[in-house]
Design a protein around this ligand. Sequence first.
Ligand code: SAH
Length: 250
Amino acid sequence: MTDLADLAKLFRFVLVRTSHPGNIGSAARAIRTMGFTRLELVAPADFPSREADALAANAVSVLAEAKVHDTLVDGLAGATFALGLSARRRGVNLAELTPREGAAQALAAAARGEQVALVFGNERTGLENEELARCHAMVRIPSVDDYSSLNLAQAVQVMAYEQRLAMLGDALPAPPEHDEPPADAACMERFFEHLAQTLDDIEFHKGREPTTIMLRLRRLFQRAQPDERELRILHGVLADAQRMASLTRK
Ligand code: SAH
């Protein structure tokens, strides 16, 4: 698997017909925090701009490298997989994905070496149908129906975060191994027998039927998957309890 930064270079965030330069700056910051650097601007209303620089904070390098295009097709040049982010279901025949599903598909494309575009629309009007038609699937952040539209830069942040999470998921370390393998069934059985005997010896059941409690205790210890060393400690505890019980009986 390629290095995360190399993989991130295959991704571009495309902002289409953005009205407010502040949103471009905030979007630059949002993608930079998630390890992405490539921003493509399609027909922005106002760029470059001091407001964009101010909101980009330490991500101004993303703005400095951002390219401005006349059309979305230019902004998508070289990308073979594009996801269009939209708050509303449009009259286009596109698969609708959650950000997580979209990020997984985008990662799969990038892992094959393809360039990926994540495309965001204008603040007021969103992506037009012809713009969505250039995408391979639509991603809708599952906001509430009666107020579905996020701020543009916040939508960029959500998608960039999901994309990073998907990328980290692949690189995640394997869960820690046990120091020792869990004890086998025969060892567990000996432990349960010792446990049952001890509960009798300490008169735990007080005339109640032991079946249910033994089943519950079995479930508890099975879930813990103790190894042999841990079972030896538990046997030791039980043996001491038995010894104490026999002393009090004398
Ligand atoms: N009324 C517009 C909202 C524009 S918000 C619309 O219906 O799409 C500006 C951009 O932010 C959108 O074009 C989209 O790319 C992104 N966005 C905002 N809310 C979103 C959501 N719930 N799901 C996906 N993208 C969203």
